[in-house]
Write a protein that binds this ligand. Structure first.
Ligand code: TXA
Ligand code: MG
Length: 371
């Protein structure tokens, strides 16, 4: 790209970002790129703007939203003083919280805190906690810095559907909403939503949603142990913990779902995955690991299998997952099959999304569950 074109592109995006800032200030919605997925943003201090998000997404009002904040533009991230930045949102900020923030912000990690009393209950779903993250995408950063406030942003999809990872995906989700402003930042790199960790109990950090940043990575970088929802600190059974956890819409069994039926297959067991369907599916798209040449011996006389390669590296897989689900969903297959992700924490994020996508998939889907 010539320098002139690059300059005019950045100039234009600055103008567009200023317009987006004004839209947010006027109580409007702006879809914007983050490194995980595209978000649908509104001013976190404007109850009417927040209500618009719930209505356009079709999301029940008791499901809380993440507040996105800017990370100051410092060469050395360790120099950032997060205490005054978080003071308007968070009641207390523990040592552990600051360690996690310094290690992973800006980036794909959302932290749940006890909320400051000024945080609107419209965005917390009436709970006394608030989820916050500082996204790393440069356009998200510029938008947030210029806006100078918190922006609530769920993934920019209709409730229960696959999260968008490109500006075109957002536009196709909200086709009828011609007025919706969409900032285009290209394809999202991470590809699945941020890891969410609950710090609100003041006791020990609990993983609410797996993502690119895993408990192992967190432990290696900070020495902080993150607990699974069903795991207790003293190793005694703690069956009530899961019940006491805050509500997370992504925790519903059906979520991130395509309209085409989707199932997982165990290694070498593609035909088993068909047995669940009484009517033979004649056109089946089968995702196969790029490390394996093809399905080999699996075959069926009346089924046409079309192989689609998927990366066998977990980070690359995550980055392509929603793109692949959306594209396959458009191609009108009778059934989509994905290989079961291997065991291992680095696969937990994609396993979680794939399992929910399977559960909610299909034309009539389990839409009651996915709401
Ligand atoms: O990567 C992401 O996190 C993306 C981008 C746009 O930042 N956002 C995203 O937002 O995934 P959403 O609304 O689709 O999912 C946010 C999740 C929901 O499952 C919500 O229930 C949970 O965060 N959440 C929000 N506030 C919470 C709170 N106070 N306690 C527990 N969970 C909370
Ligand atoms: Mg979402």
């Amino acid at each position: 790209m010539s320098k002139e074109i690059a300059d005019s592109a950045s100039l234009q995006s600055s103008v567009v970002i200023n317009e987006a800032v004004q839209t947010l200030r006027d109580g409007g919605l702006v879809a914007f790129p983050t490194e995980t997925v595209y978000g649908l943003g509104a001013d976190a201090k404007n109850p009417e703007a927040i209500k618009k998000i719930f209505s356009i997404k079709g999301r029940p009002s008791h499901h809380p939203l993440i507040v996105h904040i800017a990370a100051p533009d410092k060469f050395d991230q360790n120099q950032i003083d997060w205490v005054p930045i978080l003071a308007p949102w968070v009641r207390d900020l523990s040592e552990d919280a600051l360690k996690l923030i310094h290690a992973f912000w800006p980036g794909p990690l959302t932290l749940v805190f006890k909320k400051d009393k000024s945080v609107l209950s419209e965005l917390t779903g009436g709970q006394d906690t608030v989820a916050i993250r500082a996204p790393a995408h440069p356009i998200a950063q510029e938008l947030l810095r210029k806006f100078k406030g918190g922006v609530v942003a769920p993934s920019a999809n209709r409730f229960g559907k696959v999260s968008p990872t490109s500006a075109a995906d957002v536009r196709s989700e909200f086709e009828g909403e011609l007025e919706l402003m969409v900032l285009d930042g290209g394809d999202c790199e991470v590809g699945i939503e941020s890891t969410i960790i609950d710090l609100s109990s003041g006791d020990h950090p609990v993983l609410l949603r797996p993502g690119l940043i895993t408990p192992k990575v967190i432990f290696a970088k900070t020495g902080i142990k993150v607990y699974q929802p069903n795991e207790s600190k003293d190793n005694t059974s703690n069956g009530n913990l899961a019940d006491a956890l805050p509500r997370v819409s992504g925790s519903l069994k059906a979520h991130y779902a395509p309209t085409t039926p989707l199932r997982l297959y165990a290694p070498g067991r593609v035909l088993d995955a068909l047995s669940e369907f009484p009517d033979i599916k004649s056109r089946v798209a089968v995702a196969v690991w790029d490390s394996e040449s093809s399905l080999g011996e699996d075959g069926h006389p009346s089924v046409h299998f079309e192989e689609v390669e998927v990366p066998s590296d977990s980070t690359a897989f995550a980055s392509h997952l929603y793109r692949a689900l959306r594209d396959l969903d458009q191609q009108e297959w009778d059934l989509i099959l994905f290989p079961e992700p291997p065991i291992g924490e680095e696969w937990d994020g994609v396993r979680d999304r794939l399992q929910r996508a399977c559960f909610g998939s299909g034309p009539s889907s389990s839409s009651q569950d996915s709401n």
